[in-house]
Write a protein that binds this ligand. Structure first.
Ligand code: MYR
Length: 280
């Protein structure tokens, strides 16, 4: 059985890696005024943040249509028997549900859909593991099982400069009153049951970063082999510095730098920073 691995653009796996690992991708989009751009295809991350700074109105994001996903599944059915599709959290985007629906409408390929319940390179960790397994001949069931196991230890915490983006886009869960009080602080955020919720209310960005580092350190101190990612919204230098510092303390952790691209950047704003990891 030949299994394809499909993900969406919000895993932000660079094109060169996708090609090398045979990872297929459907893009989400951002729209500025009347112009729509498919991220990772029509628009780079750096150009996106420049455009946001110069724009009168903030962009809007959209998931890939069922038509685009169906087309991709049909294309994959020419060379594969099955597909494992790994998408951003179903609690923040309809992409997962669209692939479930497209899968129900096709008889040409077996479709297994995995809700990562997260996004960005944390979602990417699932995709890279699945791609390696598929390359080594694992069945889609074995891949889905391994992804479920990874969920036990896979975590991501992130912080934003300005919470109004998340609030405005309706992606911050919680009562209106709680959200209102959060706008004054720099909360550490994470996912619970597919949705974004505050993990802890913290006064300053510096303290919030210290807290996120501390959360990684608690797990890294167990000494088990781990993969971790530092994810940034146009803050590459800070991300590099943070990674060098953490790498020096935890040589057994394999770090990779990643980025919040246009779609996720629309909801987090420039300057956001996150750390994700899992125990291998
Ligand atoms: C859509 O329009 O369907 C896409 C909506 C994307 C919402 C993104 C919300 C922020 C996600 C933060 C992920 C952080 C992972 C470490």
């Amino acid at each position: 059985m030949k299994t394809a691995i499909l993900t969406d653009s919000t895993a932000y796996i660079p094109q060169e890696v996708r090609e090398r690992c045979h990872i297929h991708m459907v893009p989400l989009s951002v729209t500025f005024g009347n112009e729509t751009y498919r991220e990772e295809i029509d628009l780079t991350s750096a150009d996106f943040y420049d455009m946001v700074r110069g724009a009168d109105d903030l962009p809007k994001t959209s998931q890939p249509s069922i038509g685009i996903i169906t087309e991709k599944l049909e294309q994959l059915s020419q060379s594969y028997d099955a597909v494992v599709a790994i998408h951003l959290s179903s609690g923040i985007s309809g992409t997962y549900q669209s692939t479930v629906s497209a899968g129900e409408m096709t008889d040409d390929i077996q479709v297994h859909v995995f809700d990562s319940e997260i996004s960005c390179m944390a979602q990417g960790f699932y995709v890279l593991e699945a791609a390696e397994m598929a390359e080594n001949g694992a069945t889609p069931e074995q891949i889905m099982q391994r992804l479920k196991e990874m969920k036990q230890s896979l975590r991501a915490y992130f912080m934003v400069d300005d919470l109004t983006h998340l609030h405005r886009g309706g992606r911050l869960s919680g009562a209106q009153k709680v959200v209102g009080s959060l706008l004054q602080v720099k909360p550490v955020l994470h996912f619970v049951d597919t949705k974004i919720v505050p993990y802890e209310k913290i006064r300053t960005s510096k303290k919030a970063l210290k807290r996120v580092k501390g959360l990684l350190e608690e797990v890294a101190a167990e000494g088990k082999p781990m993969k971790a990612t530092i994810i940034h919204a146009n803050r590459e230098e800070d991300a590099e510095k943070l990674m060098a510092e953490l790498q020096a303390s935890y040589p057994h952790v394999e770090f990779v730098i990643s980025y919040f691209g246009p779609v996720i950047g629309t909801h987090l704003g420039e300057g956001a920073l996150g750390i994700g990891w899992y125990q291998k």
